[in-house]
Ligand binder design. Structure first.
Ligand code: CP3
Length: 330
């Protein structure tokens, strides 16, 4: 497994073609996934070992990508925090009892046994690396406070600026639980983990450093030694700060030119960064964009091809297949 393209690239030692996998590769753009969703709620799928295994394997079998990512959600950590969570059809995550300053969590023990079992099963079947993941504490805090997705994170930022001390206390509690959650995944056998700070782009520079980066670093230092990839929206802007905490890789959003960022950051693997919406274009345009990105990182031993954010549900499935084939055959 150490010779897998992804693991070599994560060590910045890849001398073959770049590995390719896609954020949200197991999801609604796949007809096979939609068939699962017809008969099951999302919450049920995330708690069913057999389904987690089957759905994780869907894009591996159908697209022949170079890494699998566990079918789960960043909100799974709510199980351990003892917080109710679920999804509203068409509207995304719903947490019916948002946290308030000084909420005390009634943490649950053994909250992730389904995830542990699914990882052990997957490791028996997979010939490519399996990535685990978690939400970064700031993004998880935003879901706990807002009760779901929010356009401007107003409640979260209001709390952060008006009572930073209790906000730090919340981030500390989430970080501790996230460390336990990632330890379960790592001990069960994942080959690397990605942290998602999907809402970090709402923070200014000093707030990013103290409310986002600091807690990602805390997690990085506390978990057993596996490759760690850091993603945030805003990662092109915060790339230097992200690299300062020494992850294996930074997953870049599409806003920056990856080859320019490479010149500033020679030491860290870089993952990214095609705009997922390019996949609405014609095959000719997709090919042009993919070639442009691949050519700009040609021969780079630490480059991992991915999108700048997740696949969207209505992206044509055949374009996703075309994308992966184009990367692999370039
Ligand atoms: O990448 C993968 O294929 C692995 C599985 C995965 C899911 N969620 C499954 C999922 C991963 C890595 C995530 C991470 C996640 N979840 C993030 C961070 C990444 C990002 O996109 O910024 C966030 C912010 C969430 C929270 C979340 N979960 C939202 C906002 C939504 C609704 C939005 C949407 O896409 O509909 C979900 C639901 C969710 N998580 C789906 C999947 C496949 C949608 C499935 C469905 O409705 O059937």
């Amino acid at each position: 497994m150490q010779d897998a393209l992804l693991l070599k690239a994560l060590r910045s030692q890849n001398d073959s073609r770049p590995p390719v996998w896609l954020m949200r590769q197991a999801g609604r753009y796949m007809p096979q996934y939609q068939a699962f969703r017809k008969n099951h709620s999302l919450f049920d799928l995330f708690h069913d070992v057999e389904k987690i295994v089957e759905i994780t394997l869907l894009p591996v079998k159908a697209l022949d990508v170079d890494a699998a990512i566990l079918f789960s959600d960043i909100l799974s950590v709510c199980d351990g925090l003892g917080i109710k969570w679920g999804f509203e059809d068409g509207r995304g995550p719903l947490l019916p009892e948002p946290v308030q300053p000084h909420t005390i969590f009634s943490k649950k023990k053994n909250a992730y046994t389904h995830i542990e079992s699914a990882i052990r099963e997957l490791k028996k079947e997979l010939k490519i690396p399996l990535l685990g993941f978690a939400g970064a504490p700031f993004t998880i805090a935003s879901y706990l406070i807002e009760g779901g997705s929010s356009k401007d994170l107003k409640k979260t930022k209001k709390w952060l600026y008006s009572d930073p001390q209790s906000f730090h206390a919340l981030l500390n509690q989430i970080s501790e639980e996230t460390i336990s959650y990632l330890k379960v995944q790592i001990e069960a056998g994942v080959d690397g983990v990605q942290l998602f700070d999907s809402w970090a782009h709402h923070l200014d520079h000093p707030s990013f450093c103290s409310f986002s980066l600091h807690y990602m670093e805390k997690i990085l230092r506390a978990i057993p030694e596996v490759p760690v990839i850091l993603f945030c929206r805003g990662s092109c802007f915060f790339a230097k700060e992200l690299s300062s905490i020494k992850p294996s890789a930074i997953s870049l959003d599409w806003s920056g030119e990856i080859s320019i960022i490479r010149k500033e950051l020679p030491q860290v693997a870089l993952q990214g960064n095609l705009d997922p919406m390019i996949l609405y274009a014609s095959k000719k345009e997709i090919q042009k964009a993919v070639f442009r990105l691949l050519d700009s990182m040609k021969g780079d031993p630490g480059f991992i091809f991915n999108l700048g954010h997740g696949l969207l549900p209505d992206i044509p499935y055949e374009n996703v297949q075309y994308l992966v084939d184009t990367v692999k055959n370039h």
